[in-house]
Design a protein around this ligand. Structure first.
Ligand SMILES: Nc1ncnc2c1ncn2[C@@H]1O[C@H](COP(=O)(O)OP(=O)(O)OP(=O)(O)O)[C@@H](O)[C@H]1O
Ligand SMILES: [Mg+2]
Length: 221
């Protein structure tokens, strides 16, 4: 079974006028694949990623994530599906500022009902994987930009999601940190076998992935 299956996915926004953003995307992503999405600003990358992450619905077309269609799920079923199966990383880390690195990473586990001891054990393991074993009790304000982004990656991975979606995860990092984050993604992809979909502006970083998809004027070129 494919992790992502989109057929003729379309997304329009209607206001005073209707704007067609995605104009018929066909996309299949297999388990374990690493896919980079490139495209100009406004080309619909975030829109596509939100639909793949079940945070938004397409206007038309068939979208299946791990065989599941968002339109068949209630809001609470979709929230559970996301927490169990998907991991998100954004350009800005969205960490909870009043919680430590460890607590931030443990949060999705606690939400799924795992006890604190086990949640802390797994979170420590993930933070070690991203090179932050020595920063467990730091608050986000006590971490560098790259470290915060690595905490966000650990948090996105802690539930062992089958699909990890990242929207310009290195957008506000310098070149060296951006490269390290990409190295980390590729390492995690190999070690944990997760499927990765990463939006980036950076052609050079994108080319390290198995597959690069380019969005232009609402279609994949
Ligand atoms: N809620 C909305 N209503 C109307 N138009 C929208 C809405 N959200 C996004 N758009 C439009 O959809 C287009 C695609 O937006 P999207 O955020 O997907 O682009 P992007 O490729 O991620 O760009 P960037 O690289 O700048 O992040 C943009 O032209 C944007 O103005
Ligand atoms: Mg975007």
């Amino acid at each position: 079974m494919n992790v992502v299956d989109c057929r003729n996915l379309k997304k329009s926004y209607s206001g005073v006028t209707t704007t067609d953003i995605l104009k018929g995307i066909d996309l299949a992503i297999r388990p374990g694949e690493q896919v980079a999405i490139l495209g100009q600003s406004g080309s619909g990358k975030s829109t596509l990623l939100h639909i793949l992450g079940m945070l938004d619905l397409p206007t038309s077309g068939d979208v299946r994530i791990l065989g599941q269609s968002n339109s068949d799920l209630s809001d609470s079923q979709a929230a559970k599906f996301r927490n169990d199966n998907l991991g998100f990383i954004y350009q800005f880390h969205h960490l909870l500022m009043e919680f430590t690195a460890l607590e931030n990473v443990a949060m999705p586990l606690l939400i799924s009902g795992i006890d604190t001891v086990e949640a802390n054990r797994r979170s420590t393991e993930l933070l070690s994987l991203v090179g932050l074993a020595h920063r467990l009790t730091h608050l986000p304000s006590q971490l560098s930009g790259g470290e915060r982004q690595r905490v966000a990656i650990a948090r996105a991975l802690v539930n062992q999601p089958k699909l990890v979606l990242a929207d310009e995860p290195t957008g506000n990092l310098d070149k060296q940190n951006a490269q390290q984050i990409f190295d980390l993604f590729l390492k995690v992809n190999q070690e944990l076998g997760t499927t990765l979909v990463v939006v980036t502006h950076d052609q050079v970083l994108a080319e390290r992935f198995d597959r690069v998809i380019k969005l232009d004027d609402g279609i994949v070129i």
